[in-house]
Design a protein around this ligand. Structure first.
Ligand code: MN
Length: 733
């Protein structure tokens, strides 16, 4: 915390006439009044008015303003009264502290009417004595600097209010440094992602451009010196919020901004400014349209400077500001510079000098107030001017929507609500139907015409000027594409399930979506639509027994239609009666007894397996066990699937090939144990292949001959029970 003498030293450093006694008295008074109160940070409360006083001392204000800064929260937060302050510090200071107390709790982010009224109160308090505004801005700046101590939910609102009211007000009063710091501090909380991104890229760029900047700075100084101009050349860079605003307003990328780095040339006299300009323009080529002379025509906030942009040696654009030191003071301190202790005589010495343009603006605003306009009209006239690079529009119900200049009803709709933007199909501006791409003007009343059938065209992304609208349009476009895939997936599943004779229920589907790797039904449907999940996968998950369902037409074993397998004595197959119910057409009618039927070579079907036949026109039917991965190939050809079932005599002497895969711990005797189990269970080992997986594990693939599924299952089960076996699986080709 700053010591008493430090503050006094600071004040007397630029104002030798400062009343030290008064400053000391205010320091002690405020410290005692705030006593043991603490701030959100846990610091003593008094640290806050003290820091505000320090900020104001840096603006080189008079001693009374520093005193008011020290006292600014005493009436509001302690037992101090206006009367007591009048007694101790005099009427003037008492009035200023009361002025600050009145605007202490003004909510400038409230509804339109109240907002206008509050803004009116604020401007009235300022116009009464501009020092109220100086202290208020110092107060806000310190609060913003310590905002991280405030609960998160309050930060955004305070930051928005700062960005919308106090920062532009500081700018309007010509206090550029104050405005920029307020903006950057608020930006960090209002849009943390954008803030981080810009700060990071700015530091990259700064690093990259360092040599180039130093070179230009050196060049500039040398040339000015050669021409006998004494100047100070300062390198400067655009602030994060200013970069953000520019990219938003002009829909430019960070890289497209030409004036991130620049120089400020400060000279002694106005003629020297123009001389310097001549030197700059004769040394480098200037960018047409970028030259602005605010010396002959000052800005409304009294800002004076020459701006020009030149192209540097390495084709980079460099913005140059040329001004006198006095002009630089005004640009930095704004009205605070006018309010310096120039005139200590008159009672109203600290009022803005009447030749100040900032004062002009303030006076004009107050005049409008005096004309007794409605708060709404006042808001339009005053606030709109305060934020000259914004447009203010209203919803039909009177809600104020602030947008950057160039905004369209699309931006407006998204600013109202994302849903409104996503369903916007048209707009009425001031009661007339207007295209959604119309540029909005200050005071426009905008009504958005909506349709729930609408999804925003992706082309809008290039029309919208606000980041919020653009992000929402991108999201909606992605969502619309996903929706199309989901609809396709829904169709695929509905048809597939029909084929399997099962109803498709989205509710049931939803419960298994996570097992298919998706969090929700829509994502899962979209995955089916994109072909990432087959309808077969879905059925398998919903109906673990679905193999039964796959075969639509149940057969009666007493029916005709059984065919014998070539060379497989005692075993018959039945091929479905083709077209019996008119739903399917299999080109085997009349020739079914002669239909060639064979096992898939690597299929490994054994009696007892659920099997299906795949019809190949001209080739006959190939039998696969239902779990065979080879069947996936025929997923999309339901017409080729043929219902077949085993029909085997009890005393059939035939054995069937089957393959199992065993993973074992690699130790002596393991293979012997497995062979023994197969042998005792009456299985034949046809072939056996052993491969080492790692030093301690081995894979064994065994081709067996078994009687049927029951036989195979028993062998697998017993192999599995062996101590060294870690897994055993049947393999289907
Ligand atoms: Mn305060």
């Amino acid at each position: 915390m700053m010591r008493q003498y430090e503050l006094v030293e600071r004040a007397t450093s630029y104002n030798p006439h400062a009343d030290e006694l008064l400053l000391n008295k205010a320091y002690v008074y405020a410290m005692q009044k705030h006593g043991s109160q603490t701030r959100a940070s846990g610091d003593p409360y008094f640290s806050h008015p003290l820091e505000v006083a320090a900020i104001l001392a840096d603006l080189k204000v008079d001693d009374a303003t520093i005193v008011v800064a020290l006292l600014h929260d005493t009436i509001e937060d302690t037992d101090a009264t206006r009367a007591e302050i009048d007694d101790v510090f005099g009427h003037d200071i008492g009035k200023l502290v009361e002025g600050l107390t009145k605007i202490e709790r003004l909510d400038l982010m409230s509804k339109k009417a109240a907002q206008a009224e509050n803004l009116r109160k604020l401007l009235l308090a300022i116009s009464d004595d501009v020092r109220v505004l100086l202290v208020k801005l110092g107060d806000r700046l310190h609060n913003m600097r310590t905002l991280h101590h405030v609960p998160p939910h309050k930060r955004t609102r305070i930051s928005e209010e700062t960005l919308e009211i106090y920062a532009p007000l500081a700018g309007r009063m010509g206090m550029q440094d104050m405005r920029e710091e307020l903006e950057d501090l608020s930006f960090r909380y209002v849009n943390p992602d954008a803030y981080e991104a810009i700060v990071e890229r700015l530091s990259d760029l700064r690093e990259k451009n360092r040599p180039f900047i130093e070179e230009i700075q050196h060049d500039l100084l040398e040339r000015l010196e050669q021409n006998g101009i004494s100047a100070v050349v300062k390198a400067r860079e655009k602030r994060p919020y200013s970069i953000f605003r520019k990219t938003q307003k002009k829909s430019l990328s960070f890289e497209q901004l030409s004036d991130i780095f620049g120089f400020r040339i400060m000279v002694d006299t106005i003629p020297a400014c123009y001389q310097a300009l001549g030197i700059v323009h004769s040394s480098w080529s200037c960018v047409p349209g970028q030259f602005k002379d605010y010396i002959s025509t000052p800005k409304q906030n009294d800002y004076q400077s020459i701006h020009t942009t030149v192209v540097g040696t390495s084709r980079q654009r460099v913005e140059l500001q040329i001004r006198t030191r006095d002009m630089d003071q005004i640009a930095e301190y704004g009205i605070a510079a006018h309010a310096l202790y120039k005139d200590r005589e008159g009672e109203h010495a600290q009022r803005l000098s009447s030749d100040s343009r900032a004062y002009e603006w303030l006076r004009r605003s107050i005049e409008i107030l005096a004309q007794g306009d409605s708060p709404e009209a006042f808001l339009e006239n005053t606030k709109l001017e305060l934020f000259h690079d914004q447009v203010f529009c209203f919803t039909p119900k009177g809600r104020l929507i602030a947008l950057p200049k160039g905004a369209t009803p699309i931006d407006f709709a998204y600013a109202v609500h994302t849903d409104v933007g996503n369903t916007a199909v048209g707009s009425k501006v001031n009661g007339h139907i207007r295209p959604l791409v119309t540029e909005l003007m200050n005071g426009d009343e905008v009504e958005i015409i909506r349709s729930n059938a609408q999804t925003p065209p992706s082309a809008w992304e290039n029309i919208a000027v606000t980041g919020k609208a653009r992000a929402a349009i991108r999201r909606a476009t992605r969502e619309a594409v996903r929706q199309q895939y989901a609809d396709l997936g829904r169709q695929i599943l509905t048809h597939s399930f029909e084929r399997y004779g099962k109803p498709f229920s989205e509710e049931a589907f939803g419960t298994v979506a996570p097992r298919l790797g998706h969090a929700n039904i829509e994502d899962c449907l979209a995955a089916v639509g994109r072909g990432e999940i087959t309808s077969r996968d879905v059925v398998r998950v919903l109906y673990p027994d679905y193999q039964d369902e796959r075969v639509i037409h149940q057969t009666d074993p007493n029916d005709t239609g059984w065919v014998a397998l070539d060379g497989k004595a005692g075993m018959k197959m039945r091929v479905e009666e083709a077209g019996s119910n008119g739903t399917r057409s299999i080109p085997v009618r009349g020739i079914r007894r002669g239909l060639p039927v064979s096992f898939a070579p690597e299929g490994g079907a054994v009696p007892g397996d659920r099997i299906v036949g795949i019809l190949s026109p001209g080739e006959g039917v190939t039998i696969y066990p239902i779990q065979s991965p080879a069947l996936q190939e025929f997923d999309d050809e339901p017409d080729r699937w043929v219902d077949v079932r085993w029909d085997i005599d009890e005393d059939n002497p035939e054995r069937f090939p089957a393959r199992v895969h065993v993973t074992v711990i690699n130790e002596p005797g393991t293979l012997a144990q497995i062979s023994a189990v197969i042998g005792t269970n009456d299985g034949n080992i046809d072939n056996l292949h052993l491969s080492k997986r790692a030093s301690d594990f081995a894979d064994i693939v065994i081709d067996l001959e078994v009687w049927d599924l029951k036989h195979l299952s028993r062998i697998i089960h017993e192999i599995h029970n062996l101590e060294p076996v870690s897994s055993v699986n049947r393999v289907n080709g």
